[in-house]
Design a protein around this ligand. Structure first.
Ligand code: ADP
Ligand code: GLC
Length: 490
């Protein structure tokens, strides 16, 4: 007789403000689509809660109304639908006054933050808390509310002040630089008791901070790489939260993100005209030619293409690429850049491309298909981030045989192994790592990469090492389940 009992199914509500492919500004969307699916794959009952932006409401023909109610912020309904392809149940908050508008999830089409962001994401948090409490309108009860970034940060605070049996809470930091800081006068308007407005509560330097609330009230705090979990306890990368994080270090851990190995698979990527894998790299050369054609670069298969796909923000350290550009441009390489964000950086990159036609290409905007084609067609990926909680692009690039050049920080340090004699010999080398945040260090590191590219045997080893690394979500999902289990024992 088999005496092994199956572990009880845990129910998890994953609360997020973005979800791929419907609403995405960065890696959070990718994680929100992949992690709940991976948790379900391992037998957990994971479901997702998202705001009802127009793109989300339009994507689902069949939705069920599961609750209606009047909140401090107006009338809202809770709808339910199934996420395409993965069968993950989705709860959607339908509140037209707050979510039905053209623009991005956080900003209007001119890049200005929505003036009512506090209300918009307090409602997301309020619903999450409700679903985790005895007052829930649903029969389904989550054991764990998994909150992501500041937009879901008030959920643990709301839950703290509700009566009865409550779900445990996990607060995941995807980026500590965004903290959801609003005037303190909103505390009561958002339905929080005045007593919550203290240093041991939602107060943050005289303001209300959604992220601080989450970090204070959640049962556990996680971030998306072990190194970043250490770094944020220090002043340099703690963005003012280092004291609280260090104080809660026993409840803080880093779990590395995975990547969606179906969406990002060079062997059958739907955006590519040719395919390849670690043992058959000929298709990559085809992808390179297609990329050079598409971007108007000189058709030359000898020159390595250096690539960037990124939000153009201070975090990503791309000003270093600009400062090192005179050096980089002299190298026998081409440059392919895709990104959008900071208008100063956009302009500087546009000018760089104008000055070097056929050698440097810059595409300003957001283009999912081109991102896949660059990962596949380029040779070396540049990611000189000042800080990087995890970073997904360096993992995509390793999987696409495009070794990355990265700064030694956060998830970049945890995922990329610098090429040395030793790491080449033991087959662990996957890219190039520099450890001084200076244009000259980046330039040196790129030179080292370009010279390694010249050695066919070394390069192939490096590509194959990266391509055979396992970045699947299964590992991370297991670690999250172990963490949930500490909060909700079997
Ligand atoms: P972050 O979330 O900080 O922006 P990540 O590396 O975790 O960084 O995730 C970035 C995600 O956004 C990746 O999936 C990347 O391919 C995508 N991305 C960023 N900029 C663009 C762009 N301009 N066009 C297409 N995809 C982009
Ligand atoms: C954030 C971080 C990035 C991380 C992503 C998903 O946007 O900047 O490093 O990969 O979240 O966790």
């Amino acid at each position: 007789m088999n005496t092994l009992a199956l572990p009880a199914k845990l129910s998890v509500l994953f609360v997020t403000s973005e979800i791929y492919p419907l609403v995405k500004t960065g890696g959070l969307a990718d994680v929100s689509a992949a992690l709940p699916a991976a948790l379900r794959h391992q037998g957990m009952d994971a479901r997702i809660l998202v705001p009802g932006y127009p793109q989300i409401l339009a994507a689902f023909k069949i939705k069920w109304v599961v609750a209606t109610g009047l909140f401090e912020f107006g009338e809202a309904r809770l709808l339910s639908a199934l996420l395409p392809d993965s069968d993950v149940p989705l709860y959607i908050i339908d509140c037209p006054a707050l979510y039905q508008r053209e623009g991005g999830p956080y900003q209007d089409n001119h890049g200005n933050d929505w003036v009512d962001n506090a209300l918009r994401f307090a409602l997301l948090s309020r619903f999450a808390a409700l679903l985790g409490s005895d007052e829930s309108p649903l029969t389904w009860r989550p054991d764990v509310i998994h909150c992501n970034d500041w937009q879901a940060g008030l959920a643990p605070a709301y839950l703290h002040y509700l009566r009865g049996k409550k779900a445990a809470t996990v607060m995941t930091i995807h980026n500590l630089a965004y903290q959801g800081v609003f005037p303190s006068s909103l505390v009561t308007q958002l339905g929080l008791p005045m007593e919550s407005y203290s240093m041991h509560g939602v107060e943050y330097f005289g303001h209300l901070s959604f992220l601080k609330a989450g970090l204070h009230y959640a049962d556990r705090i996680t971030t998306v790489s072990p190194t970043y979990a250490e770094e944020i306890q220090d002043e340099t990368l703690g963005f003012g939260m280092q004291g609280l994080l260090a104080q809660r270090s026993d409840q803080l851990s880093g779990i590395l993100n995975g990547i969606d190995e179906e969406q990002w698979n060079p062997a059958n990527d739907r955006y590519l005209g040719s395919h390849f894998d670690a043992d058959h790299l000929e298709g990559k050369a085809e992808c390179k030619r297609a990329l050079q054609r598409r971007l108007g670069l000189e058709m030359n298969d000898k020159l390595p293409i250096l690539a960037v796909i990124s939000r153009l923000t201070h975090q990503k350290g791309l000003d270093l690429v600009l400062e090192a550009a005179t050096d980089l441009i002299k190298l026998p390489t081409q440059l392919a850049i895709l990104g959008s964000g900071d208008s100063g950086l956009e302009l500087a990159f546009r000018l760089l491309a104008q000055d070097h036609p056929g050698k440097a290409s810059v595409t300003i905007g957001y283009d999912e298909g081109l991102a896949h084609q660059i990962e596949a067609g380029a040779d070396i990926f540049l990611m000189p981030s000042r800080f990087e909680p995890c970073g997904l692009n360096q993992m995509y690039s390793m999987r696409y045989g495009t070794p990355p050049v990265v700064f030694a920080t956060g998830g970049l340090a945890d995922t990329v192994v610098d090429l040395t004699d030793k790491t080449l010999a033991d087959s662990s080398a996957t890219g190039f790592v520099f450890d001084k945040m200076k244009p000259s260090s980046l330039a040196e590191c790129v030179k080292k990469a370009v010279s390694a590219y010249g050695n066919k045997k070394t390069w192939r080893r490096l590509q194959q090492n990266g391509m055979s690394r396992d970045f699947s979500w299964d590992h991370s999902a297991k670690e999250y389940i172990a963490l949930y289990r500490q909060l909700v024992p079997d």
